[in-house]
Ligand binder design. Structure first.
Ligand SMILES: Nc1ncnc2c1ncn2[C@@H]1O[C@H](COP(=O)(O)OP(=O)(O)OP(=O)(O)O)[C@@H](O)[C@H]1O
Ligand code: NI
Length: 272
């Protein structure tokens, strides 16, 4: 087997992200929401990234995309197709080979009709038809394309965001909480599309709170806690009592899910 084939599509190692903050007016200090994170995604693989709110999942996504805020201090290794992800490279890949479904609908341009926003990056000759097709696929009406973001519901905006990620030539999809507030039918359509990306050979990073839905399509699950990766396990290890999971933290996370043992004490800790 050649070396090239075994190289992961995305490799993040020893990622650390800090922010300098002003305390008491002029004193500066550095906080480190991400201390030591690692994750690896292969071609055709779906890796779910799960962890409590504030654990650093979105920052990980933003680091890979090169869209961290300018006051962020960043270190670590990020390789895409075996080569370092430099800022210039990220900019070139973003929205093309690497597509992003952001967590917040605020990423949409409030002054541009949503149909046009979905057409960005599509072949201009067929953009309109393709956008309309995508809208139908995700349960939006043809005429919804003429609306501005403020005229759509939260769930509709999420589906618009998702439609912006469906592009030919995508090799890595980073979806940051693509499913909250979405009704079951659109949810299964989104999961189906993410799976389709992977079947077409792309790697998928699925950031989510919805572990149960993620397990429907994920190959592996990375568990993040306080800005560090605590465990990466096969999705199949999330079964039964979690005996096959590697860390106590992940076992407790698994057992705290409503459909499992319901570890109430852990739940309280985890949501804090
Ligand atoms: N620009 C910033 N300046 C300072 N701290 C930040 C900044 N952005 C994020 N943080 C901090 O980094 C930590 C991780 O944030 P992040 O958004 O990655 O969490 P998350 O895991 O995506 O949470 P959620 O599940 O709620 O989306 C949080 O404690 C957050 O307050
Ligand atoms: Ni987030």
């Amino acid at each position: 087997m050649s070396n090239v084939q075994t190289k992961p599509l995305l490799q993040v190692d020893h990622l650390s992200i800090g922010f300098s903050q002003y305390v008491k007016g002029t004193q500066k200090r550095i906080i480190h929401p991400i201390a030591d994170m690692h994750v690896e995604i292969n071609e055709g693989e779906i890796v779910a990234v799960v962890g409590a709110s504030g654990s650093g999942k979105s920052l990980l996504a933003h680091a890979v995309l090169g869209i961290l805020p300018s006051n962020a201090i960043f270190s670590g290794k990020m390789l895409y197709r075996g080569e370092e992800l430099t800022p210039a490279r990220m900019e070139k890949l973003r929205g093309r080979e690497i597509s992003f479904i952001p967590q917040s609908v605020n990423y949409l341009d409030p002054l541009m009709r949503v149909g046009r926003q979905v057409q960005i990056g599509l072949d201009p000759r067929t953009a309109r038809a393709q956008q309309e097709k995508l809208f139908l696929q995700y349960g939006l009406q043809k005429n919804d394309g003429r609306l501005f973001p403020f005229e759509l519901s939260g769930g509709m905006l999420r589906r618009v965001l998702f439609a912006t990620s469906v592009r030919e030539g995508v090799r890595l999809v980073i979806a940051d909480e693509p499913t909250p507030g979405i009704h079951p039918q659109a949810l299964s359509e989104i999961l189906r599309q993410l799976k389709q990306f992977a079947e077409d050979g792309a790697g998928v990073m699925l950031i989510t709170h919805d572990i149960i839905s993620a397990l429907e399509i994920a190959d592996r699950v990375a568990v993040i806690k306080d800005g560090a990766t605590v465990e990466i396990s096969e999705a199949s290890a999330f079964e039964g009592n979690g005996e096959r999971l590697k860390t106590e933290y992940t076992q407790r996370l698994w057992r705290a899910l409503p459909q499992n043992d319901f570890d109430l004490e852990f739940k309280r800790e985890a949501v804090r």
